[in-house]
Ligand binder design. Structure first.
Ligand code: NAD
Length: 481
């Protein structure tokens, strides 16, 4: 176990033009396992939020960073994150309740996100355009350039407070924008530390501004300010819809939730691997990931074996204090969230579901749970469960499973285990998702790739290359020669 005392007495400020600004009101961030105070954070009032936006506009208009400067700063930040990895991991562990092992993994991913963003800064380019293909344009030429959109407002969720902030801040800087960042109020310290380190890495004052507070208080101020050119949001579909409707004709990317399905077909080449992945990846971060394995459809010929092995794997998972190296599943983000899932499981049981293992809550810790005998209309199946709960469902007809999987209002990622190439290609074409992972689970994501959902799972793509594209406008230049 690593020793780190945290900073429970420190008040973290809002970052405006390179200065940490305090305010009269603070809010508490608690340690999600012990429920003791972890940090106090200054709440940004309307005036501070407006000041942050004004500053971001001013810096965008007056002080451009060269492409190579952006590259150098982002690479330097990645190096500093590496040097301070243990400190950052402990912040994530304490404020989010993520196990220390997964927290270290998140910092590693965040470092890669910054490196990939730095590299993308060098690749921003327009294209030559075939204007002469249209009669009457013989004496003309055309090309495009990509220009930064302006002020990007980044709003982030609690579940990956470092890497998902990196997925917005890294590309926004790479693209040459200025940023107003609003981190999740449950986990703001990871983002504040990222901002501190970016300043240390040489990001000039004012490029990144951080405003802290509750979404329902700060959100409306951020959304109504027309000087913000783009909102990049990761969070719940409910808030995503508010952002889409309030942002008018401005640019938006929304990375939202899902009730991620996974299919294990009878011809899977390595059944043990498939079961292990489906079970363990349903419990990472206590199942609080948008692509966390939730629904597992298993061919009926292997169903009994899968259920038996899955129970064995779930029962062996070490649950407890996230700061212990051996712990695999820690607490959920709050007692209320753990109570919510407890209620969903009870509701499912009352409607005929069976708890194969788990279903037990102790404070904010919910034991890894497997349900069987579920129906499609139960909340644990049709809503985003966002907890360490997976449901295992037998099927006979793969066409019917494709239909069920597509019937969801969500469409982020799906996992499909099969050795049948024809079926795999059919899945790639027919499943209505942002990503189809063949012989891997829904929760597989390589940060370098484009990533994003369809339907209620969102619009637009993240991943450094895609995010840079979303955060730049293509400007068309024509020239009469
Ligand atoms: P949330 O929607 O409650 O909060 C996300 C952010 O939005 C927070 O910073 C919050 O303060 C802010 N917010 C809340 N109300 C607002 C308002 N009215 N205006 C502006 N901002 C507002 O989500 P959460 O509980 O932090 O995160 C969980 C959700 O995020 C899940 O649904 C999960 O699936 C989703 N998620 C999606 C992805 C993805 O990449 N698709 C990744 C991680 C999490």
């Amino acid at each position: 176990m690593t020793k780190f005392d945290g900073e429970p007495t420190k008040v973290f400020g809002n970052l405006i033009n390179g200065e940490w600004v305090n305010s009269e009101e603070t809010f508490l961030v608690e340690n999600k396992y012990t429920h003791e105070p972890y940090a106090y954070v200054a709440k940004a009032d309307d005036a501070i939020v407006t000041q942050a936006i004004t500053n971001a506009v001013k810096v965008f208009k007056t002080a451009k960073l060269s492409t190579t400067d952006r590259y150098t700063i982002l690479m330097k930040a990645a190096k500093l994150f590496e040097e301070r990895k243990e400190e950052l991991a402990l912040i994530i562990c304490r404020e989010a309740g993520k196990t220390i092992t997964d927290a270290r993994g998140e910092v590693d991913r965040g470092i890669q996100t910054f490196i990939n963003s730095a590299e993308e800064a060098k690749r921003i380019a327009g294209q030559g355009l075939p204007i002469q293909g249209q009669p009457g344009n013989e004496g003309k030429m055309a090309f495009s350039i990509r220009v930064p959109v302006g002020v990007v407002c980044a709003i982030t969720p609690f579940n990956f407070p470092f890497n998902l902030t990196a997925h917005k801040v890294g590309p926004a800087i790479a693209a040459g924008n200025t940023i107003v960042l609003k981190p999740a109020e449950k986990t703001p310290v990871s983002a504040i530390k990222m901002a501190e380190i970016l300043l240390e890495a040489g990001l000039p004052a004012g490029y990144l501004n951080v405003v802290n507070g509750y979404g329902h208080e700060i959100g409306p101020v951020l959304l109504k300010d027309e000087r913000i050119a783009m909102y990049t949001f990761t969070g719940s579909p409910t808030v995503g819809k508010v952002i889409k409707s309030e942002s008018g004709i401005r640019k938006v990317t929304l990375e939202l939730g899902s009730n991620s399905p996974n299919i294990i077909h009878h011809d899977v080449s390595d059944l043990k691997r498939a079961v292990k992945l489906c079970v363990t990846k349903g419990y990472v971060n206590s199942g609080q990931a948008c692509i966390s394995v939730q629904r597992v459809y298993v061919h009926s010929s292997i169903y009994d074996e899968v259920l038996r092995d899955a129970k064995e794997i779930a029962d062996a998972i070490v649950v407890g204090n996230p700061e212990n190296d051996a712990t695999e599943v820690g607490p959920m983000i709050s007692i209320q969230e753990a109570q919510r899932v407890e209620k969903w499981v009870q509701e499912a049981v009352e409607a005929g579901a069976r708890v194969v293992t788990g279903g037990i809550r102790e404070g904010s810790v919910f034991r890894p749970t497997i349900l069987s005998d579920v129906t499609e209309d139960m909340k644990v199946m049709c809503e985003e469960v966002f907890a360490p709960v997976i449901s295992i469902v037998p099927y006979d007809d793969i066409d019917r499973v494709f239909e069920l999987v597509n019937a969801s209002r969500f469409g982020l990622q799906v996992g499909f285990f099969t050795s049948n190439l024809h079926l795999a290609m059919r899945a790639a074409q027919e499943l209505e998702f942002g990503g189809v992972n063949i012989n891997d689970v829904s929760s597989f994501r390589a940060d370098i790739l484009p990533y994003g959902g369809v339907k209620d799972s969102g619009v637009g793509k993240e991943g450094p290359r895609s995010a840079v594209e979303e955060m730049t406008d293509e400007k068309i230049i024509t020239m009469h020669i």
